[in-house]
Structures are given as C-alpha cells and as structure tokens.
Design a protein around this ligand. Structure first.
Ligand SMILES: [Zn+2]
Length: 289
C-alpha cells in the first residue's frame, strides 16, 4: 500500500513539475496546495487567511535557479490595458493589448521573470530567493482591461502582476479580483477614494490607509501587504503613516529601480501609451536594469 501511495505521490509531483514547465498553466488554483513546501521564508499558515495569503506570493514559483537577491529590482507601472474607444479622460494612461503582449514577450525573451513585490521583499528582508532577472509588473487603480487582457497574457507565462486596487470605485468586481489573486497576483491597497494623501487631516489619512486595508481584507478574505500612493503623492508624514498602518512597503511614481533601503519610497518605471518592446527596453536600460 505504502509503495503504491509513494508512486502516486511521485506521479503527482512529476505532473506538477510538467505543468509548471509548460505554457499551459492549467487550473488557476495550484499555488495554495503547493505553497507549504516553499523554502522562501514564508509564514507557515497559522490560519486560513494566512494560508490563503501564501498564494499571492506570485505566479512564478521558485525553482533551483532562484538565488538570494538584495539588489535593486525594476517595477513597471501600468494603468489601463486596452485600446480606448472614442474620447477617454486620460488617453495617456492606456496601453494597447498588442503593445502589452509585445512587452511581456520581450521580457521573457530577455531573461526576465515577473514576480510580485512580496517575493521581492521576501528576498530583500527574509532570505528568500528570486530569479536571475526579476521584474514586477504593477497595475494601478483596478481597470477592467487589467483583468481581461493582462491576467491571461501573464498567466500564459506562469507569471502574475501586482494590482494596486482602490477599495471603492474600481472597474473590477470582487469575483474578478479574487480570480487574479488565485492566479498568483498580489493585491495591494491604493486607498479607498484615491485622494491626494498629503492634503488630508490625520483622521482622514488613517481612514484611507487602515480603512482600505481592512476593507479589502474583509471583502476579499486575503491579506493586504503593500500600499501604492495615489498619483504618487506623499510626504514624510504620509510615508510614516503608511508604515504605522502595518504595510510592508509602498510604491511611488518616482522614476528608477526599487531599492531595498527605501521600503516606503519604491521607485517605478512608468509605461506610457504606445510604448512597445523597444521603449520598454530603453526605459529599463536608462533606469540601470
Ligand atoms: Zn491611482
């Protein structure tokens, strides 16, 4: 009996390895079952929520080639994925699906692997590992195209992004966000109402920081770990409040690579409309990646 069980287990492990190596990512919920065996400094799930939180550590899963990494990491900043129909308020925030696909293909062809910010932080602060050329793809606000286009394009590569989600007023339903989470995406807070945080009184600031974390955690049943400043607006008081609210890090719109030494002022590389693979390559190169 035992031999039979061991054989079945081996077959299951081999099947899993095969799935991970192939383009077809299969069903969307393998990460949770697998997460307990990862030696990347992850908390061992003490309750259901913590266990569920592990699946947000990234679509790309560690393998033997991943190494300790404390150097800077590029975080790309996207907004709407898709082509605007007619007049839209901020056309510069749009990136066509084809351009996005070309960028993701270029990243893969040039040795990059998309990870989540949580995986980067695990490597920076907790002895975790990263692929040789890690990159984080972050998506602000919660637009439908991020679900319709970015999710499947990344999933095809076994990758996931970081969704910086407004707790209220995004295009995405809770069901859609949960599907992204189950595909390995990190869901981070982008406040409740997307205000300029530098203009708020302390009570309102706390509501936007602590309240958004609580609201997203309760509605989605997951742990929210990171924060993204709306429109990149922050000052020292705001950054201190983000840290006090219990976040592990925060992304800005300051250009450059994200650095371990600046957890609440993480730089990002802005992707603009009509940026294709060449523009992405130039931006990464100018940032020093
Ligand atoms: Zn925003």
């Amino acid at each position: 009996m035992l031999g039979c069980f061991a054989g079945a287990l081996l077959a299951a492990v081999l099947a899993l390895l095969f799935l991970r190596g192939g383009d077809d990512s299969g069903d969307s919920t393998p990460a949770t079952a697998n997460s307990g065996s990862q030696a990347s400094g992850q908390p061992s799930g003490q309750d259901e929520q913590a266990a569920a939180g592990d699946s947000a550590r990234g679509g790309a899963q560690p393998d033997d080639s991943w190494q300790p990494h404390t150097g800077p990491v590029p975080i790309l900043m996207y907004h709407v994925i898709g082509d605007p129909e007619g007049d839209v308020p901020y056309p510069d925030l749009w990136l066509g699906e084809d351009d996005f696909q070309a960028q993701v293909d270029w990243l893969q062809d040039n040795g990059y692997t998309a990870v989540t910010l949580i995986q980067v932080q695990d490597a920076w602060y907790d002895g975790g590992t990263l692929p040789e050329k890690p990159v984080v793809l972050s998506f602000d606000d919660g637009y439908l195209g991020q679900y319709l286009f970015a999710l499947p394009i990344l999933e095809e590569k076994g990758w996931a992004g970081q969704l910086n989600l407004k707790a209220e007023g995004s295009d995405l339903s809770g069901k859609q966000v949960k599907k992204m989470y189950r595909a390995g995406w990190e869901i981070a807070s982008h406040t409740i109402t997307h205000p300029d945080l530098t203009t708020l009184d302390p009570a309102s600031l706390e509501t936007e920081l602590v309240g958004s974390k609580d609201q997203l955690e309760n509605e989605l049943g997951i742990e929210i770990i990171n924060f993204c400043y709306p429109a990149g607006q922050y000052n020292q008081e705001v950054a201190d409040a983000v840290e006090a609210a219990g976040y592990r890090g925060a992304t800005t719109v300051n250009p450059g690579l994200a650095e371990k030494s600046m957890p609440f002022e993480l730089n990002r590389i802005r992707i603009d409309r009509d940026d294709g693979a060449d523009a992405l390559a130039n931006k990464l190169s100018s940032a020093g990646a």
